[in-house]
Ligand binder design. Structure first.
Ligand SMILES: [Zn+2]
Ligand SMILES: [Zn+2]
Length: 337
């Protein structure tokens, strides 16, 4: 019997016929990368292939790498295997990778979400025989509210804090989530300040032509009261630190899919939790899988055990694959970027 189109090795997802890896976690010769988050785009590969839109962040993070870029939907043939990248809706530049050989199609989704966040290229549904899916939030309890509703909650909280003389500090991943939130903020409420980690990504994304609202970088000479009514966007790890205390009286909040779980919300000492994720929720995972028409599903990171059983009950040939992907860390302070 011939090798399957994609296999799972110690290095990562591998295509024997095309001789390339997808999001490998150990150094390889040819790495196809779905997106720039650290658990997917790792250092040390001989060569990289990613979308034009994912490249600037990867160069920023990984330095001088041999990186070729490709447009969405463009096909490249390697040893008779055709590969193409398609929007995953996760963060700007993120892709699902479609692999085709002699009429057989496999899709590696990387990380994805099916709702349009207004910033990332919207998720594209692909037909395939086998689909490799994350399932970070593969439980029915994870159900995201519409983005407008989240924006209303965050802006309402910010306006309230501003009216009572408090600074608002919102913790979110520095790559993707922070910029998505930035686009949801109402600048009429007050100035928008940024932590260096967030601003670094803003600079990279603006440099590739993505429009983001104006922000002011927090510098050491910032004085208390300089920016009344401000909101500060920072990585979750900055919350509760001396850095955060220099803003004086403040209310802090966290934006993460895990805020849907009350236990985690309580354990994290933020004043507010907003349920916002760049991963698909339960319904998103199920609809994405349904729409592929695939019979074989491989689940990677997240609630793999439960989700695999659920898929099997739905009639799929569902298997778990051990990977080194981390999804959205349950403690947002330890989140991979
Ligand atoms: Zn990711
Ligand atoms: Zn991931």
């Amino acid at each position: 019997m011939a090798d399957p189109l994609l296999t799972f090795t110690d290095e990562g997802i591998y295509c024997p016929q095309g001789d390339f890896h997808i999001d490998p976690w150990r150094p390889v010769d040819r790495a196809l990368i779905t997106h720039g988050h650290a658990d997917h785009a790792r250092p040390g590969h001989q060569s990289y292939l990613a979308t034009h839109a994912a490249a600037p962040v990867m160069r920023h993070r990984l330095g001088d790498i041999r990186l070729e870029t490709i447009g969405y939907g463009e096909a490249r043939v390697q040893n008779g295997v055709s590969v193409s990248f398609h929007p995953a809706g996760h963060v700007p530049g993120s892709a699902q990778i479609r692999v085709e050989h002699r009429g057989e199609v496999w899709v590696v989704s990387g990380d994805y979400k099916v709702v349009n966040d207004g910033l990332s290229e919207p998720f594209e549904s692909l037909r395939c025989h086998a689909f490799i899916s994350e399932c970070t939030f593969g439980l029915p309890v994870f159900k995201w509210q519409p983005q407008d509703e989240i924006a209303r909650q965050i802006n309402g909280w910010w306006a309230e804090n501003a009216a009572s003389g408090k600074t608002t500090i919102l913790g979110a991943y520095a790559l993707g989530k922070a910029q998505r939130l930035l686009c949801m903020l109402d600048p009429a409420i007050g100035p928008i300040l940024t932590h260096g980690a967030v601003e670094n990504t803003n600079v990279v994304l603006r440099g590739q032509g993505i429009t983001l609202p104006d922000t002011t970088l927090v510098t050491p000479d910032l004085k208390r009261g300089n920016h009344p009514g401000a909101i500060v966007l920072a990585p979750p790890s900055a919350l509760g630190t001396p850095w955060a205390r220099k803003f004086g009286p403040a209310s802090d909040g966290l934006a993460s899919g895990w805020m849907a779980l009350r236990g985690i919300r309580r354990r994290r000492a933020a004043d507010r939790g907003f349920v916002v994720s760049d991963h698909a929720d339960w319904e998103g995972l199920n609809s994405a899988i349904r729409n592929t028409g695939a019979e074989r599903i491989f689940v990677t990171h997240g609630y793999t055990e439960i989700f695999r059983r659920w898929l099997e009950e739905q009639g799929y040939d569902a298997r778990i694959v051990q990977t080194a992907y981390e999804g959205e860390a349950a403690d947002p302070a330890e989140a991979p970027e």
